[in-house]
Design a protein around this ligand. Structure first.
Ligand code: SAJ
Length: 423
């Protein structure tokens, strides 16, 4: 299939970088988003999300005229849906953005077009939700236009390289749709392109994130056991991972972000009777911030008179994304128990986040704290010099929730250092 133009519906963490990569490959891309703030910022040359290399790439393709920004869907050869699929309070999938994205394409859909859904979605979304909406155009999927599901699989922080190098799965509603998808992504993807059907591709994506969630859950459960038995979990995992067929992931303060902490629920909702392990792992990871809070209390005793400084609110190191962040959960749990709690989050400016006050002046923050909790191992925090911190506040106690630091330099600086399930 010859592709001259693409309309990218949704310019978030996936849509914007993907739009840029297509634009860089020589296709004219129109990026649309329903959020006026996103359109406004991009039109001014500002990028609303942090991802290494993205700002430069957006400026390059906009300046070259190959990426245009629009508040509405325009005619194109290919439409790609890359909108969020959040969940409701009761953990059921909220498909309103996918549904309205598909509906917004209908007036522009023509014979020979290709529509791709990239958003992580419950099984059968492409055939049961997207296809009937698109067919309101009077055109028939598989006959008049191609339709495929191709999940994004990139890691925040490495999106621009993983978009190109990762294997790409394309699930067509028929073989011709899958082949059309392959013609499209070949423009910039260097990784293997694997063709399958749409529902298999949806399932593959959910299985990937669910298996990671379960693997982190067992690491977190081992951490609880290690804490109970006085074992250093980090030493135990290092030794266990010397076994040729064992690869235990890192325990921590829980699982966040808008993918791994959400996607497994799509499987639970779709088939509650055969997803017991998935549900249990999800609950365990959700309870981990509460467990860590309890360990901090057990370690340092009554927190009610303590002023706590928490380092990091993002859902993982070196990203600016605070959605579904276990660090925010931990901050809330600690805030209920201590006298004051203030966070340092270098990826967020402003006075507070979700009711957690932010102070990014570390000297000021630490000179007014009794207990320093490391919640997210941002590079900026890994580089902190214990001796300098001891000069700022010689009475500061440390709790390292994520094994971000070595114990020795803190103790040499005269500070009390404790870590989660760490000797
Ligand atoms: N985490 C741990 N221990 C670990 C690894 C991660 O506690 O050993 C935590 C992180 O701190 C974070 C959460 O898990 O809170 C998720 O982080 P992540 O780096 O595992 O994954 P994401 O959410 O940034 O990206 C995942 C990736 N999926 C897989 O690795 C299977 C990525 O490839 C997907 O494209 C992305 O979800 C997505 O968009 O679905």
């Amino acid at each position: 299939m010859q592709v001259k133009s693409i309309c990218m519906v949704g310019l978030g963490y996936i849509g914007l970088p993907t739009a840029c990569k297509f634009a860089q490959s020589g296709i004219h891309v129109t990026g649309m988003d329903t959020n006026p703030r996103v359109i406004d910022q991009l039109t001014k040359g500002e990028v609303h999300i942090y991802e290494p290399g993205l700002r430069e790439l957006v400026n390059e393709v906009v300046a070259a005229g190959s990426l245009s920004i629009s508040p509405s869907v325009v005619d194109a050869d290919v439409f790609i849906i890359a909108v969020p699929t959040p969940f409701h309070e009761d953990k059921t999938a909220d498909m309103q953005y996918v549904e309205s994205a598909a509906a917004s394409i209908v007036p522009h859909l023509k014979q020979g077009n290709l529509v791709i859904l990239e958003s992580t979605s419950p099984p059968m979304t492409t055939v049961n939700i997207v296809k009937p909406i698109l067919e309101r155009s009077g055109l028939k999927a598989g006959h008049d236009f191609h339709l495929a599901y191709s999940p994004e699989r990139v890691l925040p922080g490495k999106i621009l390289t993983e978009l190109v190098d990762n294997a790409r799965v394309i699930g067509g509603i028929d073989q011709a749709s899958a082949e059309a998808g392959k013609d499209l992504y070949q423009h910039f993807v260097k990784g293997e392109i694997i063709l399958t059907d749409a529902t298999t591709a949806e399932m593959v994506k959910l299985m990937e994130n669910t298996s990671r969630d379960i693997n982190i859950a067992i690491a977190n459960e081992f951490c609880r056991l290690a804490d109970r038995f006085g074992v250093d979990i980090w030493e135990a995992i290092t030794i266990a991972n010397r076994h040729p067929r064992v690869n235990i992931l890192r325990p921590g303060i829980g699982v966040g972000g808008h993918c791994i902490s959400v996607d497994p629920w799509f499987l639970v909702e779709a088939a509650p009777d055969c997803s017991e392990l998935i549900r249990t792992a999800r609950k365990l990871n959700d309870q981990q911030p509460g467990f860590v809070c309890q360990v901090i209390e057990e370690t340092y005793g009554d927190l009610s008179k303590k002023r706590i400084a928490i380092l990091g609110l993002a859902f993982k190191p070196n990203v600016d994304d605070l959605r579904e962040s276990p660090a925010v959960e931990l901050a809330h749990a600690l805030k209920k128990k201590c006298s004051t709690l203030v966070a340092c989050e270098p990826f967020k400016s402003g006075m507070d986040w979700d009711g957690i006050p932010i102070n990014n002046d570390l000297t000021d923050l630490l000179s007014n704290a009794d207990l320093l909790v490391l919640a997210v191992a941002h590079n900026e925090f890994n580089k902190l010099d214990p001796k300098e911190l001891a000069q700022v506040n010689p009475k500061l106690a440390i709790f390292d929730s994520v094994n971000g630091w070595d114990k020795q330099p803190w103790e040499e600086a005269g500070l009390i250092y404790r870590g989660l399930a760490k000797k």
